[in-house]
Design a protein around this ligand. Structure first.
Ligand code: GDP
Length: 428
C-alpha cells in the first residue's frame, strides 16, 4: 500500500471510520493528525459497534501501530475512558499499539467548561460545538498558553504551568461567566495521576512515523471531521477548530505531505451536517427525514439528529480539488435505495449573479444566500445492501455512480452499502 491519506469530503460523518478500518488491514501505521475527541468514527465488526473518538481506527486490527499526532487535541481523561472501554471489549491497547505525541496539546476541564459557557454566551450565534473543549484548547495553542502532553510528564513544570493558566481561566469563568471557579488542588491531583498513566504511551511520533516511512512501512493518515468544516476552507465560523485535509498531515503529524501518494476523499451518496451553519442542499421536508431514519443519521459522539439533504457536487468538487484527491469512496449508497428519484445539486444560483455557478463561492459569498440547482437522477428502488460485485448493482445505481464520477472528475474507487466491514463494492 502506498502512503495514503483519508479525509472527509463533506461535513463530516461520511463513514471514514469504517473505510479506515478496512484500509488498516494493509497498513502498518494508522495516524490521526487533527481534531480531538469530537470525532466519532463508527466501525462495525461482526455485528459489534465500536465508536472511536481519539484512538485511531487501526486499533481494531492487531499488530498495527496507532498514532495520535501532535496536531490532535488530547483529552487524557477521555482517552483513558476510551482505552478502558476498548480493553473491556477485548481490544488490546498498549504502548506498542498506541503512541501519543509529546507535542500534542492537552484538553483540560477548564477548556470543556469554557467551551460550553462561550457557546451559551453566543446565544443565537452559536456554532454548535460538541462542548468537548477542543476549540478552547486550540485557541490556547495559538495563544501559546496551552500545555502539551510532554508538559504533563514533568511534575514541576505541570504544576507551575497549570497554576498560572488556571488563575487566568478562573478569572474568566468567575468574572465574565459568573460561574464557580475550578479547584486548583483538585485539578493538579487529577492531572498528576493521569500523567503517570499516560507516560508509557508518549513518544516523538513525528520522528517515528518518518523513520517508519523510510523503512518502507505502510502509513495511513486518518482525517477527522470534513473538508467543509476546515477552519480555513470551510464555512467559517461554522467549522471545526482545526484544518482537516491533506495539508494538516504536514503540521499535525510531522510528515511531509508531498510523500503522501494517494489521497482518498470519503463522501456519502447524499449529504448530512451536524450543528449550525449553511447547508445548501438540506432537505427539511419528509425526504430529509427519510434519509435520517433509513441512514440512522444521529451523531456518533453526541446522538444529535443530523441535518440531511442531497449530494452537493459544487461543494464536493471544491473539497476534492482542495485536497489533491486521487480517489473517492462513496458511502451509504444503500440508503438511497428508498427513493424513486434522486435530486443531485450540480450548481448554485447566487443572488445578484447571472448564470449558474459550478464553482464553490464560499470564500467570497455567504452560502446562506445560494440556491442549489438540482438534476434528478433515476433511483433503483431495490435493496442493494447485499451486493458485493459492481456488475450486480441495478443499472440505475451504476448509472448514478458513473454520472457522479463524471461530474467530479475523480475516480470513485469503492462503494459502501452498509455499516459492516465487508459491505463494500470495489469498482474493478
Ligand atoms: P465518520 O466519523 O466519518 O467515521 O462517520 P460516522 O461513524 O460518524 O458515521 C457513519 C455512520 O454510517 C455510522 O453509523 C456507520 O456505521 C454508518 N455507515 C458507514 N458506512 C455505511 C454505509 O455504506 N451504509 C450505511 N447504511 N451505513 C454506513
Amino acid at each position: 500500500m502506498p502512503t495514503l491519506s483519508v479525509f472527509g469530503a463533506q461535513w463530516g460523518d461520511e463513514g471514514k471510520g469504517k473505510i479506515i478500518d478496512l484500509l488498516a488491514r494493509e497498513a502498518d501505521y494508522v495516524v490521526r493528525f487533527q481534531g480531538g475527541p469530537n470525532a466519532g468514527h463508527t466501525v462495525v465488526v461482526d455485528g459489534q459497534k465500536f465508536v472511536l473518538h481519539l484512538v485511531p481506527s487501526g486499533i481494531l486490527h492487531a499488530g498495527r501501530v496507532n498514532v495520535i499526532g501532535n496536531g490532535v487535541a488530547v483529552d487524557p481523561l477521555a482517552l483513558f475512558t476510551e482505552i478502558q472501554e476498548l480493553t473491556a471489549r477485548g481490544v488490546a491497547v498498549d504502548p506498542r499499539s498506541l503512541r501519543v505525541s509529546g507535542a500534542a496539546h492537552v484538553i483540560f476541564e477548564h477548556h470543556r467548561r469554557l467551551d460550553v459557557l462561550s457557546e451559551h454566551w453566543r446565544g443565537a450565534g452559536r456554532i454548535g460545538t460538541t462542548g468537548r473543549g477542543i476549540g478552547p484548547c486550540y485557541a490556547d495553542k495559538a495563544a501559546r498558553t496551552g500545555l502539551r502532553v510532554a508538559d504533563l510528564l514533568d511534575p514541576e513544570r505541570q504544576r507551575a504551568r497549570l497554576t498560572a493558566v488556571l488563575a487566568e481561566k478562573n478569572a474568566w469563568i468567575e468574572t465574565v461567566h459568573k460561574e464557580r471557579p475550578l479547584d486548583l488542588a483538585e485539578t493538579l491531583r487529577r492531572y498528576a495521576d493521569i500523567a503517570e498513566q499516560l507516560a508509557p504511551f508518549v513518544a516523538d511520533t513525528g520522528a517515528e512515523v518518518r523513520a517508519a516511512w523510510r523503512a518502507g512501512k505502510r502509513i495511513l493518515f486518518e482525517g477527522a471531521q470534513g473538508a467543509m468544516l476546515d477552519i480555513d476552507h470551510g464555512t467559517y465560523p461554522y467549522v471545526t477548530s482545526s484544518n482537516t485535509g491533506l495539508a494538516a498531515v504536514g503540521t499535525g503529524a510531522g510528515f511531509p505531505p508531498n510523500r503522501v501518494e494517494r489521497v482518498l476523499g470519503i463522501a456519502k451518496a447524499y449529504c448530512t451536517r451536524v450543528g449550525e451553519g449553511p447547508f445548501p442542499t438540506e432537505d427539511r421536508g419528509p425526504a430529509g427525514e427519510t434519509i435520517r431514519e433509513v441512514g440512522k443519521e444521529y451523531g456518533a459522539t453526541t446522538g444529535r439528529p443530523r441535518r440531511c439533504g442531497w449530494l452537493d457536487l459544487v461543494a464536493l468538487r471544491y473539497a476534492l480539488d482542495l485536497n489533491g484527491t486521487t480517489g473517492v469512496v462513496m458511502t451509504n449508497l444503500d440508503v438511497l435505495s428508498v427513493f424513486h428519484e434522486i435530486p443531485v445539486c450540480v450548481s448554485y444560483e447566487i443572488a445578484g449573479r447571472s448564470g449558474a455557478a459550478r464553482e464553490f463561492p464560499g470564500q467570497t459569498t455567504p452560502l446562506d444566500g445560494v440556491r442549489p440547482q438540482y438534476v434528478k437522477r433515476a433511483g433503483w428502488s431495490s435493496d442493494i445492501s447485499g451486493v458485493r460485485h459492481y456488475r450486480d448493482l441495478p443499472r440505475a445505481a451504476r448509472e448514478y455512480v458513473e454520472w457522479v464520477e463524471n461530474e467530479i472528475g475523480v475516480p470513485i474507487e469503492l462503494l459502501s452499502v452498509g455499516p459492516e466491514r465487508d459491505a463494500v463494492i470495489p469498482r474493478a
